[in-house]
Each structure stands twice: as structure tokens, then as C-alpha cells.
Design a protein around this ligand. Structure first.
Ligand SMILES: C[S@@+](CC[C@H](N)C(=O)[O-])C[C@H]1O[C@@H](n2cnc3c(N)ncnc32)[C@H](O)[C@@H]1O
Length: 182
């Protein structure tokens, strides 16, 4: 058999298995994630909000549903902060652990963030789904510290006016980014 054909077949098989793993893991946690699939925030959007939020060295940052950890890695590239990612999807969690393993200041935990206190964080980021934003709104109102900055990609908090709404220009990734100062 032609070696090129075998190589292509091997690549297709690996991609297919990865896709199946993604689908299985997503379905497994769908009750917890309530529709927030593992989709990553484009770099242009991360860079946009990083220009606007005040990040002090030593700040504590959390990504609620960190996917493959790219937001945390991007923040850590620019700032000397402590970063934590909660991620419930085993596939995304595994990727985040692999991609973030060289940075000792990034911790990734396979937990439902709704069960965890958010009181200790200076900067809270999320890119979730409307179904979870109402519960998250109440949680933040109860737990966020007085100087906490909260950033939400695409979906606002329920019944709370954002202090800033950013819309990245000249890009197809121009959904709003909501920023709240508690
Ligand atoms: C749209 S992705 C965003 C990933 C990453 N934050 C980013 O911006 O690139 C949302 C992620 O949140 C995770 N997620 C949703 N609800 C969660 C929960 N209650 N606890 C932990 N992770 C959750 C999902 O598994 C998914 O990977």
C-alpha cells in the first residue's frame, strides 16, 4: 500500500477520534455547562479587553470555564499574575493542563465553578452562555470583592448595566465584550 495513502488515512482517523472525544465529553457535561460548549476566545478579543482592564502585578485572575487555557496564557504573557482556570469538560481540561503545564503560575482545576467561591479574585473572566448568566449574576453580587473586575464575552450579566462594552473593530469577531467594575 502506498505510504502516503496510509499516512493520510492515519491523520483522518486521529482527527475523527478527537472529534468523537470532543462530542462525547461535551455531551457528558452538558447539564452543568448548560449549552456553553468548548469554543475558544479568539486572540484579537483577548487583546482587546486586556488593553482596557487594570491588571496589577500579583493580581489573582480566574477564567470560569477556561477551555484550553488560552485566556490565562495570554494574560500571563503580559502580566505577572496568579491565574486559575476552572474547567468541567474533560477534553478541554486535558488540553488546558497540557498547554499550561510549563507555567507554574497557572493552575487548572476540573471543577464546576458554580460550587466555588469567587471572593478571592481581582479579575474574573468568562465566555459562557445566557442560561448560566443569571445564576452567575447572583453569585457575583454575593461574592465579588469591592475592586473586582468582571469581563464577559458575548453575554451580559442579568439586570446589571455594564460599565464598558467593547466591540473589537475590523474583525469578524466583533461580538460585544462586557466589563463590570464591582
Ligand atoms: C465558550 S468556552 C470558553 C473557553 C475559554 N474561557 C475561552 O474563552 O477560550 C466555555 C467553557 O466553559 C466550560 N464550562 C461551562 N460551564 C462550566 C462550569 N459550570 N464549570 C466549569 N466549566 C464550565 C465549558 O466546558 C467550556 O469549555
Amino acid at each position: 500500500m502506498n505510504i502516503c495513502f496510509v499516512a493520510i488515512l492515519g491523520i483522518i482517523t486521529v482527527l475523527f477520534l478527537l472529534k468523537m472525544l470532543y462530542v462525547f465529553c461535551t455531551a457528558w457535561v452538558i447539564r452543568i455547562t448548560r449549552g456553553a460548549l468548548f469554543v475558544t476566545t479568539p486572540n484579537i478579543r483577548i487583546e482587546t479587553f486586556l488593553q482596557y482592564i487594570p491588571v496589577d502585578h500579583g493580581s489573582s485572575v480566574v477564567d470560569l470555564g477556561c477551555g484550553d487555557g488560552r485566556v490565562l496564557r495570554k494574560i500571563r504573557k503580559h502580566f505577572n499574575v496568579k491565574a486559575l482556570g476552572y474547567e468541567i469538560n474533560p477534553f478541554a481540561y486535558m488540553l488546558a493542563k497540557i498547554f499550561c503545564c510549563r507555567d507554574k503560575k497557572i493552575r487548572i482545576k476540573r471543577r464546576d465553578f458554580l460550587d466555588k467561591s469567587l471572593a478571592e479574585f481581582d479579575i474574573i473572566f468568562c465566555y459562557l452562555f445566557p442560561d448560566v448568566m443569571e445564576e452567575l449574576t447572583i453569585k457575583l453580587q454575593n461574592e465579588a470583592g469591592p475592586d473586582t473586575v468582571f469581563i464577559s464575552c458575548n453575554f451580559p450579566l442579568k439586570g446589571q448595566m455594564a460599565d464598558q462594552v467593547l466591540v473589537p473593530e475590523k474583525t469578524r469577531h466583533n461580538e460585544p465584550i462586557f466589563i463590570y467594575y464591582f
